[in-house]
Ligand binder design. Structure first.
Ligand SMILES: Cc1cc2nc3c(=O)[nH]c(=O)nc-3n(C[C@H](O)[C@H](O)[C@H](O)COP(=O)(O)O)c2cc1C
Length: 453
């Protein structure tokens, strides 16, 4: 219940609660109907948002409104991702004039205040929005839209009538108890993530693709930190078809899924840690309705996302039975599955061997464990050291490619390696199966192990 000390600056509390509840329901939309918005409506949204505060009232913001289809396509191309730029009715390119209030990013703070106000205003007027910092090279955007060098381009808000035909639950939030502390700083340790030790962490030294403080080794993360990271970062996108499938590496997934072998009717299959359900969709395709698909992850939030995505991508009858793990303990009885699938998980955990043992525990005697491992002894291992491992930790969570030969030996002691192959032996053959010679030197190693009786 909202309380007001001075009615002059508030509104009757029943209206206030209604409005605040409506605002709390704002969420990002990444699919829009083809009916365009009127330019007059766009002007109303901008008129609403300029009421937000700005440092020294300088109002350095500027919005370039783009509705031309060709320009939208070109902006999407520059972004390198964010396909929703094309289906949105209007793109609002957010800029500000440089030269004033750079301290503490006050000019950025001011512009962001307007941007969010615009999203809220859009929401109250029934317009869908999504704010994007993923715009690609700002200079290319500036050139395309003839924005002078004195203006910085920091983002794009996509606007359109929302396509609500697919499920799109609002992204979950860390609780109030987590994000605020009274008096001095306090925050639960699962919600503070590792960075390399340093006296200071100069803001300007940290870039998405060049972060000297990033900690990629999962051994330096706790399981709780990994759980909370993955649980929230998965909502960086909506659970729409094809989401989180890499354009470059997506072709590997088919091989990885094949590692669980032939599926017989009535079998029970378990996928461990689906994150966003990209493999779950492929598994579901292979299974048909004849087998039972279970998924388990560190957090229920990943399972909710996966279930929603599965319904969006595979239809309302796509059932994946979901249960959250308790640390690395799988919430299932001994010998209760015919096959277990854990792609690219071993290199993403602090204590992966515990999970391997758990996987064997829940497999019935003679059951199959299908898995894949990103291999440090490959071109990708070098690429990781030089590139990926120098940037920020990905939304999927921390990982480090590991030596396949070593893990192969270890795994062979607990299960019989029934099939194994390398995938993506060289960068120009991504998604292709490697010859025997490259088995231990490809980007990923895929294997099927059989549980011994
Ligand atoms: C500064 C900023 C940058 C963002 N950039 C992107 C982006 O590039 N692409 C995208 O799909 N969503 C982007 N988002 C949307 C967030 O992913 C989204 O707001 C967040 O997951 C919370 O979900 P909600 O907006 O539905 O509450 C951005 C949001 C903000 C505030």
């Amino acid at each position: 219940m909202t309380k007001f000390r001075d009615q002059k600056i508030g509104i009757p509390s029943n209206y206030a609660d209604e409005i605040l509840n409506a605002l709390a329901n704002r969420k990002s939309f990444r699919r829009f109907l083809s009916t365009p918005l009127e330019d007059t409506l766009i002007d109303s949204l901008i008129a609403d948002c300029i009421g937000a505060p700005t440092a020294c009232n300088h109002q350095m913001h500027h919005f370039v409104v783009v509705s031309d289809q060709d320009l939208k396509r070109r902006l999407q191309k520059i972004s390198g991702s964010n396909d929703h730029f094309i289906s949105a009715s209007h793109l609002i390119v957010i800029c500000f004039q440089k030269g004033w209030n750079h301290n503490k990013f006050a000019v950025v703070q001011s512009t962001a205040a307007l941007a969010y106000h615009l999203c809220l205003s859009a929401h109250l007027r029934g317009v869908g929005s999504v704010w994007n910092a993923g715009i690609g090279n700002s200079d290319d955007v500036r050139d395309l839209l003839e924005i002078p060098a004195t203006f910085e381009v920091i983002g794009v808000i996509c606007l359109g009538w929302p396509d609500e035909s697919l499920e799109n639950t609002k992204a979950p939030r860390r609780g109030v108890d987590v994000v605020r502390s009274y008096g001095v700083f306090q925050r639960p340790s699962d919600h503070v993530y590792p960075l390399k030790s340093s006296k200071k962490y100069p803001y300007w030294r940290i870039k998405n693709n060049d972060n000297p403080y990033a900690v990629h080794d999962p051994q330096s993360w706790t399981l709780g930190q990994i759980r909370e990271w993955r649980a929230h970062a998965v909502y960086a996108k909506s659970p729409t078809p094809g989401i989180f499938v890499s354009r470059r590496l997506g072709s590997e997934m088919f091989h990885e899924v094949s590692s669980i072998g032939e599926i017989s009717p009535g079998e029970r299959i378990l996928e461990i840690m689906p994150f966003a359900g990209s493999y779950t969709v492929l598994l579901h395709q292979r299974l048909g309705i004849a087998a039972e698909l279970h998924v388990t992850d560190l957090s229920t939030l990943n399972l909710d996302f996966t279930a929603e995505r599965l319904r969006n991508e595979r239809g309302t009858d796509a059932i994946a039975l979901a249960k959250a793990m308790d640390s690395l303990r799988l919430p299932y009885e001994d010998a209760s599955f015919d096959a277990v699938f854990m792609p690219q998980i071993i290199e993403s955990l602090p204590d992966p061997w515990d999970l391997v043992q758990e996987a064997f525990r829940v497999l019935r005697p003679g059951g199959r464990l299908g898995l894949s491992i990103r291999n440090v002894n490959s071109w990708f291992g070098i690429y990781f050291l030089r590139q990926t491992g120098k940037g920020q930790v990905t939304n999927f969570g921390p990982y480090r490619p590991i030596p396949v030969s070593q893990w192969r030996k270890r795994l062979a002691k607990v299960g019989k390696i029934e099939e194994e192959f390398g995938v993506s032996p060289i960068p120009s053959r991504i998604g292709q199966r490697a010859g025997v010679f490259m088995l231990r030197y490809s980007r990923i190693w895929v294997a099927r192990l059989r549980k011994l009786n």
